[in-house]
Design a protein around this ligand. Structure first.
Ligand code: NAD
Length: 259
C-alpha cells in the first residue's frame, strides 16, 4: 500500500523548489494534491512535471497569496469542496528578502518578509487546523530554516519570521495533539533551489557557482542539499508513519546547525 493512497495533501509554494520536490514525492505515493502558489506559470510547470512522472496523478492548482487571509481561506475551502478533507499540509511558501545589517534594515522590507513567511504560515495553520480538528486527524509540516534556530546574520526579517514559525509550530502542536493532529517543522540548511540560486547570483554575479562553493565550504558535508532530500523528509513527516512525531523542528542541513 502506498503511503498516500486516498490522502489529500496541500502544498504552498508548490510552484518551485522544496514545494515542488515534496509534491513529486507524495504524488508518487498516491496523494491527491492541491498546489498553491502566487505564480501561476510555476504552478502549471509543477503540474506538468508531476504528470510526466505519473499521468494518473491528481493535481489541482490554486493561485493565491499566502500573506492574504482571504487567499488562504480560498485554498482551504477549495480543498474541502473538492476532496472533503485534508490529510497533510506542507505550509512552505516563503521568501528570503534583502540582506542588511540590523541598523540598515528597513521596516517595509521587514514587514514584507514577515507577512509571507510568518503571517502566511499562521493563516495556513489557522484554517487547516480547524478542518483537521473536525476530522480528528492530520499532519502539518511548516518550513522554518537553519535561520530559525540559530543566528545567520543580515537577515532581520527572515530570522524573525523563521524563529516565529518554530514558535507557532510548538504552540499549535501542544494545542492540537489531543485532536489526533500533529504539527512539526523542518529547518533546511542551504538547499539548491531557485531561491538559493537567485541569492547566490546577487552575491557572485556571473561567478555565482564559485560563490556557491565558498558558501558551502562551511558546511560539514561541503555541499548543498538537494530538493528531493527535503521531499523525502517531508513525505515521511506528512505520512501516518510520523503520527507520533509532534512539536519538533527537524534540521536538514548536513549538520550545519550543530557546528
Ligand atoms: P523557491 O523560491 O524555489 O520557492 C518558493 C515558492 O513560494 C515560489 O514558487 C514562490 O512563487 C512561492 N511564493 C512566494 N511568496 C508567496 C506568497 N506570498 N504566496 C504564495 N506563494 C508564494 O524557494 P524554496 O527554496 O523552495 O523555499 C521554500 C521554503 O523553504 C521557503 O519558506 C524558504 O524560506 C524555505 N527554506 C529554503 C531553504 C533553501 O536553502 N532553499 C533553506 C531554508 C528554508
Amino acid at each position: 500500500m502506498k503511503r498516500f493512497e486516498e490522502k489529500v495533501v496541500i502544498i504552498t509554494g508548490g510552484g518551485s523548489g522544496l514545494g515542488r520536490a515534496a509534491a513529486l514525492e507524495v504524488a508518487k505515493e498516491g496523494a491527491k494534491l492541491v498546489l498553491v502558489d502566487l505564480n501561476n506559470d510555476a504552478l502549471e510547470e509543477s503540474k506538468a512535471v508531476i504528470l510526466a512522472a505519473d499521468p494518473n496523478a491528481v493535481v489541482e492548482l490554486v493561485q493565491a497569496n499566502v500573506a492574504d487571509e482571504e487567499g488562504v481561506k480560498k485554498y482551504v475551502q477549495f480543498t474541502i469542496d473538492q476532496f472533503g478533507k485534508i490529510d497533510g499540509f506542507f505550509n512552505n511558501a516563503g521568501i528570503e528578502g534583502k540582506q542588511n545589517l540590523t541598523e540598515d534594515f528597513g521596516i517595509d522590507e521587514f514587514n514584507r518578509v514577515v507577512s509571507v513567511n510568518l503571517n502566511g504560515v499562521f493563516f495556513g495553520m489557522k484554517y487547516v487546523l480547524k478542518e483537521m480538528k473536525r476530522q480528528g486527524f492530520g499532519s502539518i509540516v511548516n518550513t522554518a530554516s537553519v535561520g530559525g534556530i540559530r543566528g545567520v546574520g543580515n537577515q532581520s526579517g527572515y530570522a524573525a519570521s523563521k524563529h516565529g514559525v518554530v514558535g507557532l509550530t510548538r504552540n499549535s502542536a501542544i494545542e492540537y495533539g489531543q485532536f489526533g493532529v500533529s504539527v512539526k517543522a523542518i529547518a533546511p540548511g542551504a538547499i539548491m533551489t531557485p531561491m538559493v540560486e537567485a541569492s547566490l547570483k546577487q552575491i557572485g554575479g556571473d561567478n555565482w557557482e564559485e560563490a556557491g562553493k565558498e558558501f558551502v565550504s562551511v558546511n560539514p558535508m561541503k555541499r548543498f542539499g538537494k530538493p528531493e532530500e527535503v521531499g523525502h523528509l517531508v513525505a515521511f513527516l506528512l505520512s501516518n508513519q510520523a503520527d507520533f512525531i509532534n512539536a519538533v523542528v527537524i534540521p536538514i542541513d548536513g549538520g550545519q546547525s550543530y557546528k
